[in-house]
Write a protein that binds this ligand. Structure first.
Ligand SMILES: Nc1ncnc2c1ncn2[C@@H]1O[C@H](COP(=O)(O)OP(=O)(O)O)[C@@H](O)[C@H]1O
Ligand SMILES: [Mg+2]
Length: 162
């Protein structure tokens, strides 16, 4: 029984660009054990975000990934969305770094926090009794839309929705 939670081997991400191929992530290998925290540091544009976008199957349409990413021994690379969704939002999630763009100003904060919970845990809006925390989230943030709150609160809301 291994304690490795995430094991990435020789991950490469390439994008089709107007002027040819962009090799954005070149042969990344890393692993994270249970209870371990790993920080990946590098200059802007060096491929940190695209590494994890590839692992979670969230690359843009012009992106391709090769290599391996095992979540507790389960291969994530190349899996269909249905399989990925047994992990994404349930076992593994992403906090997007820019709350100004990851939150939608047209929807309330409560709805944006509750939406992934409803989606991934199959909780119905009409049957809140099955998941009382999803309604309490909506009532903690009842009215403001995401465009009208301070940046500090946006960061908290973006983290909560992940
Ligand atoms: N859809 C795309 N098409 C072409 N290049 C992209 C696309 N998405 C990201 N890139 C490029 O991938 C590289 C790595 O980006 P990123 O992982 O976001 O860097 P960072 O280390 O700052 O998180 C950058 O050069 C970026 O421009
Ligand atoms: Mg980034």
């Amino acid at each position: 029984m291994t304690d490795t939670v995430l094991d990435i081997r020789d991950l490469n991400v390439r994008f089709d660009g107007e002027d040819g191929e962009i090799h954005a992530v070149k042969g990344v290998s890393l692993s994270v054990a249970k209870g371990e925290t790993l920080a990946v540091v590098g200059e802007s544009g060096s491929g940190k975000s695209q590494t994890m976008m590839a692992v979670m199957g969230l690359l843009a349409a012009n992106g391709r990934v090769t290599g391996s990413a095992l979540y507790r021994g389960m291969e994530l690379i190349g899996q269909p969305i249905k399989t990925l969704n047994t992990v994404r939002g349930v076992k593994m999630t992403m906090i997007f770094q820019e709350p100004m763009t990851s939150l939608d100003p047209l929807y309330t904060i409560g709805d944006q926090i509750a939406e992934p919970i409803r989606y991934h845990r199959k909780v119905s809006r009409r049957k809140p009794g099955r998941a009382p925390w999803s309604c309490s989230i909506s009532s903690v943030f009842p009215t403001p839309n995401a465009g009208s709150i301070p940046i500090r609160m946006k960061c908290r809301a973006a983290s909560a929705s992940a």
